[in-house]
Design a binder for this molecule. Sequence first.
Ligand SMILES: Nc1ncnc2c1ncn2[C@@H]1O[C@H](COP(=O)(O)OP(=O)(O)OP(=O)(O)O)[C@@H](O)[C@H]1O
Ligand SMILES: [Mg+2]
Length: 222
Amino acid sequence: MCNDKKQILADLSHISFSYDSKLILQDISLSIQSGERIGIVGESGCGKSTFLKILSGLLPPSSGTVNILGDSIASDIRKHVSIVLQSAMLLPMTIYENITLGHDYSEDSVRNVLEQVSLLDWVDSLPEGIHTYLGDRADELSGGQAQRLAIARAMCKDAPLLLLDEPTASLDASTAASVMASLDACTESSKRNLTIVHVTHQVEYLKGYDRILRMEGGKLYV
Ligand SMILES: Nc1ncnc2c1ncn2[C@@H]1O[C@H](COP(=O)(O)OP(=O)(O)OP(=O)(O)O)[C@@H](O)[C@H]1O
Ligand SMILES: [Mg+2]
């Protein structure tokens, strides 16, 4: 929900982007308020993932600027953003290391997010708990478990802006629904005024969002 002060969290100004000579995004400007939940829909290939990569500082725009909380250098922008992608990228490390990615988060905070994504019972059943090496087991994880770990990773970072790029698209319908429920539980219990930009083909996941934008022809429409 928007807060009353309407503080701007992110500001994109005249963003254009081309892959080689193919224009993907065309002069997009968008202000995102702190606490706002924005859905983005649009046909496959229209540029939604490209837009999220630019918003997260992973891809530099061909022209225009991204500013998040006063920062416009990519490495600083990335500190303010967590992202969950369509398929989880799990690394040959322990569960704890997969979630913390080198940050010094306490075991308690990791256990807390694992509980929020309904993985704690499973993790506690493993021989070495959160320090179980995932490289040995990555293939044994279901798609739903892998996505829950990816969500736990994003929530543990505790960044103010959460980007979701079709986080349940690779899951079957019932697993997708339960992973979405875990995600909703996480974002609702988030202590802070979490801002969300959620790309999806399923508008039912955007119920209660503040704005739903449609991407078409390289532009965003209300
Ligand atoms: N690395 C790349 N090099 C060249 N073209 C690319 C690259 N990545 C994406 N594209 C092209 O850019 C366009 C936008 O891709 P993008 O992945 O942003 O679309 P999308 O809206 O997220 O699609 P989907 O809904 O299928 O995920 C597509 O035409 C795609 O083929
Ligand atoms: Mg995409």
